[in-house]
Ligand binder design. Structure first.
Ligand code: G6Q
Length: 547
């Protein structure tokens, strides 16, 4: 057994969970009229109600003791101080510096990173202003109206999610597009809807070695040159975002048109860096800085609020409680409203790539569950699809309901309907409906005794499914910034408690390596007996149908 699972704090939580699992949320609410008030908080413009989580004061006290034992807050301080807490890559973890609007010095290896951060923000402002004011024009003298981000993973999901979320804040006439997948239809579909003379490509890759991004960027470049008839057009239509100037130059983009960032920005934490350039081009640099302000407000709370009031700490500990002591294996992200429909995919990467680890800081295999499977989809759509399993399946599934109260697109009474559905779901998941209630309802509707006996059990909802609700007044850059930062820090808290490196991603390497080994065999030459039998036979099928 590991030191963590052997510790008295862990064992106390296990004993507590054994008793507590029998408690129903319904009874916890009935016993304590103050429960919602005590287990809600307002931070950086977000209203967070975690009272429908299966917790009590004792649960929180025991979790806090565990966090103290594991040195979670010391780890937080180390992150904000620029220490190299990404130990397997020997790197600092400083996405918080990118949105450090106070400009407080933050040092890495004795050097303040803030002058560099501010210089890149200034470079982004000068470029986005030039595009918006028509001082940066396309090769034929036309204004840029369409921005295409070519990137994948951390160089795609953040800007893509934020551009959708903040579409109501778009600069008039600007459109944002995203190409990520190496599947040829991705780039082909996006290009088909564009006019080359008005299109700006942002090639976004931290390493500038990612196969998919380079292949898509080459395709876009060919398309542009074919249509505009001149190689020289590339200079007006391509910029790069990267940490690798040499590779950017080799690709053929002038490094004066490159927006740099640093190795202490993890891909999945990079939307706050120049990787956010498509966001700034889409909503303007003022909007982008408002996004940073929102995240900074949350950072300051996480950095300075006392432990008992610290919301990311509390929510991160509840995530640990659900995973390790109540046995939840997944976390459902359920934004209400279409604007946030990409949040589940974004948080899926943020959480699963960060905390999907099974070896601790000391290189020991862990004997406790780490990051949950994160999934979800926008409400109300999901209610008509997968919610069935949340309501009546056999698994414990904590869920997160997220919504802006006011809409930028008032249409009829739809926003009230949206919010009433959100509230109804959190209530239904919590309360459930027992056999007596179902029977009474069926009797009142005049259903026969035999039908009641046969059907009523299928209409029972056990309830007691935990959820957290996050509301904010409107989908503003500040609110979205704070929301994302809240999740980042929760993920950090859980990772620190589990003592895993939340900032490396060795798990994605093996597949990349194997894809490179397989590439020559796909279509071009028949399998040569060098792979396993299944792969060989699949290669044969591909060969039969190639071309
Ligand atoms: C994120 C991951 C991964 C990365 C992509 C793209 O934390 O490391 O999603 O962002 O593989 O990498 P490049 O930006 O280097 O192309």
């Amino acid at each position: 057994m590991s030191a963590l699972t052997q510790s008295s704090c862990w064992q106390a939580l296990e004993r507590h969970a054994t008793d507590f699992r029998r408690q129903h949320l319904r009874d916890l609410f009935a016993a304590d009229p103050e429960r919602a008030a005590r287990y809600s908080a307002q931070v950086a413009g977000l209203w967070v109600d975690y009272s429908k989580q299966r917790i009590s004061d004792e649960t929180l006290e025991l979790l806090m003791a565990l966090a103290a034992q594991q040195g979670v807050l010391a780890r937080r301080d180390a992150m904000f101080a620029g220490e190299k807490i990404n130990t397997t890559e020997r790197r600092a973890v400083l996405h918080v510096a990118l949105r450090n609007r106070s400009n407080r010095p933050i040092e890495v290896d004795g050097l303040d990173v803030m002058p560099g951060v501010n210089a890149v923000l200034a470079q982004m402002r000068s470029f986005t202003d030039a595009v918006h004011q028509g001082r940066w024009l396309g090769f034929t003298g036309e204004r840029i109206t369409d921005v295409v981000n070519i990137g994948i993973g951390g160089s795609d999901l953040g800007p893509r999610m934020i551009c959708d979320a903040l579409a109501s804040h778009a600069v008039a006439g600007m459109r944002a597009h995203f190409v990520s997948n190496v599947a040829p239809s991705d780039v082909a579909t996006v290009l088909a809807g564009l006019e080359p003379q008005r299109t700006l490509f942002v090639v976004a890759s931290k390493t500038f070695t990612t196969q998919e991004t380079l292949a898509n960027a080459q395709a876009a470049r060919r398309w542009l040159v074919d249509h505009l008839g001149d190689e020289a057009a590339v200079a007006q239509h391509f910029v790069a975002v990267s940490t690798n100037a040499e590779a950017v130059a080799k690709f053929g983009i002038d490094t004066r048109q490159m927006f740099p960032f640093w190795d202490w920005v993890g891909g999945r934490y990079s939307l706050w860096s120049s990787i956010g350039l498509p966001i700034a081009l889409y909503i303007g640099m003022d909007g982008f800085e408002r996004l940073l302000e929102g995240a900074h407000a949350l950072d300051e709370h996480f950095r300075t609020a006392p432990a008992e009031e610290n919301l990311p700490l509390r929510l991160g500990l509840i995530d640990v409680w659900n995973s390790n002591f109540l046995g939840a294996e997944t976390l459902a992200i359920l934004p209400y409203g279409t604007r946030l429909h990409r949040l589940p995919a974004y948080l899926q990467q943020a959480s699963m790539e960060s905390n999907g680890k099974s070896v601790d800081w000391h290189g020991q295999r862990v004997d406790y569950a780490t990051g949950p499977v994160v999934w979800g989809g926008a409400g109300t759509n999901g209610q008509h699809a997968f919610y069935q399993l949340l309501h009546q399946g056999t698994r414990l599934i904590p869920s997160e309901f997220i919504a802006a109260v006011r809409t930028h697109s008032p249409v009829g009474t739809q926003q009230a309907m949206l919010l009433s559905n959100l509230l109804a779901q959190t209530r239904a998941l919590m309360l459930g409906r027992d056999l007596n209630a179902v029977t009474r309802e069926m009797q009142a509707a005049g259903v026969s005794a035999q039908d009641i006996a046969e059907i009523a059990p299928h209409r029972v909802f056990l309830g007691n499914q935990p959820s957290t609700t996050i509301l904010f007044p409107q989908m503003t850059p500040e609110a979205v910034g704070a929301l994302v930062a809240l999740y980042e820090h929760r993920i950090f808290v859980a990772g620190a408690l589990w003592q895993i490196d939340s900032f490396d991603q060795w798990g994605v390497e093996l597949g990349k390596q194997m894809a490179n080994e397989l590439l020559p065999s796909v279509g071009y030459r028949p399998p040569a007996g060098q792979f396993d039998a299944s792969t060989e036979s699949l290669l044969q099928v591909i060969h039969q149908h190639w071309m």
